[in-house]
Design a protein around this ligand. Structure first.
Ligand SMILES: CC(=O)NC[C@@H]1CCN(c2c(Cl)cnc3[nH]c(-c4cn(C)nc4C)nc23)C1
Length: 278
């Protein structure tokens, strides 16, 4: 039985539980090994009474349906799930490299090649998700993991929606919210394009573009598109051009995912294998 076969009825006795890896939105995540195959996974444990208390059934079910259906090298796999009396267990792909966030904090900011490689990977993953009518809406460094080769993996679809229609619900921290979400207006796929602009800026400068002391000030800066580029680190004009063409208030005027992949800065700097050699 490989971990990939979905027919198998898994249970907690099929796994040796290892160290805690951190906490996701609804519960904790542990390193775990499937006893027979010795396959390493991340096991996300969610307490049913937490889900009931916050009435997050539909959201959790949606996260599971979405993540199970997605197959992309830059999207963390959900292999399957099982439950017991009080807990739900998600059997997730284990990303050996950990959270991209930690690498960003450690390095301060990334090189243009590394940043372009991650943005290209994210763009390809989002293009794939949008083809499957999935808007992630919560792409931020904490939800980005790295595999053993340094390849980016989007995790945590807790806030994503399967939708054709426009969406209205608030979510995520403010720094990454597009104007139409900040204004709680109907929004569509283009929110993810905006977020790519925010992330590209943060990868290159080490902080998001509209960071401010208070949420109110961040709101204001987003609504005004109050974008400025520090003089250090020295960032190429092409990188600034891409960021400027994504952080556009009118969502219909943002650079499309396909146009991002053709942008000179991406073409010149992104590593085609999604792994930026050190
Ligand atoms: C996106 C998200 O759900 N973040 C919260 C959970 C924290 C650990 N989660 C992991 C998930 Cl869901 C999958 N793989 C992981 N690998 C790691 C990790 C590896 N190292 C060396 N350090 C860490 C940490 N963590 C995970 C996800």
């Amino acid at each position: 039985q490989s971990i990939e076969t979905s027919k198998k009825k898994w249970s907690i006795s099929d796994f040796d539980i290892g160290k805690p890896l951190g906490k996701g939105k609804f519960g904790r995540v542990y390193l775990a090994r499937e006893t027979k195959s010795k396959y390493i996974v991340a096991l996300k444990v969610i307490f049913k009474e937490q889900i009931e208390k916050y009435r997050l059934h539909h959201q959790l079910r949606r996260e599971m349906e979405i993540q199970t259906s997605l197959r992309h090298p830059n999207v963390l796999r959900l292999y399957g799930w099982f439950h017991d009396a009080e807990r739900i267990f998600l059997i997730l792909e284990y990303a050996h490299g950990g959270e991209l966030y930690r690498q960003l904090r450690k390095l301060g900011h990334l090189s243009e090649r590394q940043a372009a490689t991650y943005i290209a990977s994210l763009t390809q993953a989002l293009a794939y998700c949008h083809e499957k009518d999935v808007i992630h809406r919560d792409i931020k460094p904490e939800n980005l993991l790295l595999d053993h080769e340094g390849r980016l993996k989007i995790a945590d679809f807790g806030w994503s929606v399967q939708s054709r229609s426009k969406r209205h619900t608030m979510c995520g921290t403010l720094d990454y919210l597009a104007p139409e979400m900040v204004e709680n207006k109907a929004h569509d796929y283009a929110v993810d394009n905006w977020t790519l602009g925010v992330l590209c800026y943060e990868f290159l400068y080490g902080a998001p573009p509209f960071e401010a002391e208070s949420q109110t000030d961040t709101f204001r800066r987003i609504m005004k598109i109050d974008l400025s580029f520090p003089s250090t680190p020295d960032v190429s004009a092409e990188a600034k051009n891409l960021i400027t063409r994504l952080l556009v208030k009118d969502s219909s005027k943002r650079l499309s995912l396909h146009k991002i992949l053709e942008h000179p800065w991406i073409v010149k700097n992104a590593d085609p294998m999604g792994i930026c050699p050190k």
